[in-house]
Unconditional design. Structure first.
Length: 267
């Protein structure tokens, strides 16, 4: 996959260990694939969530192929098998009724409970600062990622309120959702400060879906490209806005100042 160079500016402080411990299977109650950063510095963590009917395996390969600087990757598998199928196909929440039709207003609670526990483990035992955790999700996985960001933000607002605003509100690092709308219309006392990139195809995320994102998040970038499905590795123009977005939001551990890397697909 051809892609633009990524430039990440150094920061002034180093608040967490350079190498993070790997997530533990005893704390993440679903299958997952974790890969530390290729360059030996785990400054960022990219969590990848697949779409309906998929598994974590291709998204683990995607995460490794991106070769983002100082970025570990964690691809999670959705917790439930898709009914009526005789294959390894998973869903983040119940998606079909007893007749096999898609549920119009699904309840993402199972997935959000899973993500809440995963984020608690990552920010606790694994030592990841919340602003260094970045979410990437496709379709149903994008919806879950977006709702998880808002759930985290609500909890942070509540903790700050209980501490008389003496506790800073900590947003997650960023969100990239590929064709994944919010499943609810946000009502927040303060918009979530997690930067968001929405990548969508024509005719996707209409009828107020973009308004819901702008209601819930203070910084939203919308990118539309022709075609369908995930961004294609063979098309530079599809991945370029995503990589440029990451170049703006990923952190860099001080050492050599400005860092430059050409990302690409590994063989």
């Amino acid at each position: 996959m051809d892609s633009p160079d990524i430039h990440v500016l150094a920061e002034a402080s180093v608040p967490s260990p350079r190498v993070k411990p790997a997530p533990q299977t005893s704390s993440i109650h679903t299958q997952f694939s974790y890969s530390p950063s290729d360059d030996g510095t785990d400054e960022n963590l990219l969590i990848l969530l697949h779409g309906l009917g998929d598994t974590n395996v291709p998204f683990a390969r995607l995460g490794r192929s991106l070769k983002l600087p100082q970025t570990a990757t964690l691809a999670l598998r959705a917790p439930d098998l898709v009914p009526f199928l005789y294959e390894q196909a998973f869903q983040w929440y119940p998606s079909f009724d007893q007749l096999g039709d898609l549920i119009e207003r699904p309840d993402p609670s199972p997935a959000l409970n899973l993500l809440k526990n995963v984020l608690s483990h990552l920010t606790g035992e694994c030592g990841w600062p919340p602003h260094r955790i970045h979410l990437f999700g496709f379709a149903q996985g994008g919806s879950v990622a977006a709702e998880a960001c808002l759930q985290w933000w609500r909890r942070e607002l509540e903790l700050s309120r209980m501490a008389n605003k003496e506790t800073p509100v900590r947003p997650l690092g960023s969100l990239v959702t590929i064709s994944g709308p919010l499943l609810s219309y946000p009502t927040l006392s303060k918009s979530c400060e997690t930067p968001v990139l929405i990548f969508r195809r024509p005719r996707e995320l209409k009828n107020g879906a973009l308004d819901a994102f702008r209601k819930g998040f203070s910084r939203v970038k919308d990118v539309e490209r022709v075609g369908e499905g995930m961004p294609r590795a063979s098309l530079r123009e599809e991945w370029q806005p995503i990589l440029e977005f990451w170049s703006e939001v990923l952190g860099w551990r001080p050492g050599d100042g400005l860092y430059e890397v050409t990302t690409g697909t590994s063989s």
